[in-house]
Design a protein around this ligand. Structure first.
Ligand code: CA
Length: 417
């Protein structure tokens, strides 16, 4: 098995088989630049590039967009080069102590940033279990899935400006809500703040306006994946979403994990998605193994709890629409994608109640409160609650993981109190 000269713990998400990319800065050097993660260290790729050990010229930048734009051949060649450089048997970097001293840094000494400058963020709705749960709650079992759902991957355009990196606190939003069937709405803090357990992918080279990406070529445009928490104010959303869709109930914050796991790292974990019936239209027809067996978890930790409690265990493999279908559908009308655009999966719920990916479903719209270890209950999030999303693929005695996407709920801004 491949082994690095950098020590990697057995349970680590970041062995030599992973090598996810991110963007970091340090107190000494506040200029953000690109890195790769190995064990509990980040390797400064700007420094490795400058030392002449890489063929690329795109890492001395505060975002991965240039590398994302370079395309699949460059991604694969760079990954192979980094695996070779970090291998225990390769002396080039291992014995270059002057470079290692400034380029290999303990991760707890660096500040992570968003991995890309995201021009556009889109959120899909591709988990059938999630869509059916929400439909059963609000439209009844007979109309659980909207009539279009099995024919196209539904999505809405999100807001890129409020994407935040893991660790950034999230303020409880205020807005208009309507209690029951009251005549007039109220204004105030959301009483139904929720998380959504998702994965998102960053777009690579992208396409010209008017030139769709065919489903068969979509994988060439997908750089890699990160965990996404698409925070949601259910009460604001419920009042505002018809007929134009989500707006202020969704766009106040979306948390992104800092490490982008590449398709090459995930390849050993490719698996079949759910059977699609009816068969999708030809432009969406793909070989049905374009999904990955990625174990996902959501944890919650109140201010009174010493350790987080796991409240959901799900899997990316439950997604009905795969990422190639999402990208093909998003561009079929000629809509252009740019390097660094972020397309998220939508809440990933599994079939069992403990695999649901939101509090809305876990507590069934407030009717089945969740018991927490501190003796309190939750139907939605309280101020001071921290939500932690994590996920990994289990290999043969190694893991390819995503780290975490973490955020703590802060009280409403003083402006609105
Ligand atoms: Ca969502």
């Amino acid at each position: 098995m491949m082994r690095s000269f950098v020590e990697v713990a057995a349970e680590s998400h970041f062995p030599l088989q992973n090598l996810p990319y991110g963007v970091f800065s340090t107190a000494d050097e506040q200029r953000a630049r690109c890195a790769v993660r190995i064990g509990d260290f980040v390797l400064d790729l700007a420094a490795v590039e400058e030392a002449g050990l890489l063929a690329t010229r795109c890492f001395n930048q505060p975002a991965l967009n240039a590398f994302m734009a370079a395309g699949r051949e460059v991604w694969t060649a760079t990954r192979q080069r980094l695996q070779w450089l970090l291998d225990a048997e390769t002396p080039d970097l291992r014995d270059y102590s002057a470079l290692l001293a400034r380029a290999l840094l303990p991760v707890d000494t660096v500040t992570m940033h968003l991995p890309a400058q995201v021009g556009d963020y889109t959120d899909f709705y591709s988990s059938r279990h999630h869509a059916e749960n929400v439909g059963r709650m609000f439209r009844g079992a007979a109309n659980a899935l909207p009539p279009n759902w099995l024919h196209l991957p539904l999505a809405y355009h999100g807001r890129a400006s409020s994407l935040v990196v893991s660790g950034t606190p999230v303020r409880r939003p205020c807005g208009q809500t309507r209690l029951g069937n009251a005549k007039a709405p109220l204004f105030g803090p959301s009483r139904a703040l929720d998380f959504e357990l998702e994965l998102g992918f960053f777009v690579g080279p992208g396409n010209e306006l008017g030139e769709p990406i065919p489903v068969s070529q979509a994988y060439r445009h997908i750089f890699g994946f990160a965990l996404i928490n698409d925070w949601s104010a259910r009460d604001i959303q419920r009042w505002e979403y018809q007929p134009l869709g989500p707006f202020l109930g969704k766009n106040f914050a979306t948390t992104v994990s800092p490490w982008v796991v590449t398709l090459d790292a995930l390849e050993p974990f490719l698996c079949d998605g759910p059977a699609q019936d009816p068969p999708p239209l030809p432009y969406l027809s793909s070989k049905n193994h374009w999904t990955y067996d990625i174990h996902l978890e959501a944890q919650i930790q109140s201010a009174a709890m010493g350790v987080p409690a796991t409240i959901s265990r799900s899997s990316f493999r439950h997604l009905y629409w795969n990422v190639c279908q999402q990208l093909a559908h998003h561009t079929v009308n000629g809509c252009n994608m740019r390097p660094g655009d972020l397309l998220a999966s939508g809440t990933i719920s599994g079939p069992a109640p403990d695999s649901y990916g939101s509090l809305l479903e876990l507590a069934w719209n407030g009717t089945q409160p969740l018991d927490l270890p501190d003796g309190t209950q939750r139907t939605f999030l309280e101020d001071g609650d921290t939500v932690i999303l994590t996920g990994w693929c289990q290999g043969d005695s190694y893991r390819v993981g995503f780290g975490e996407a973490r955020g703590t709920v802060l009280p409403t801004s003083d402006v609105n109190r």
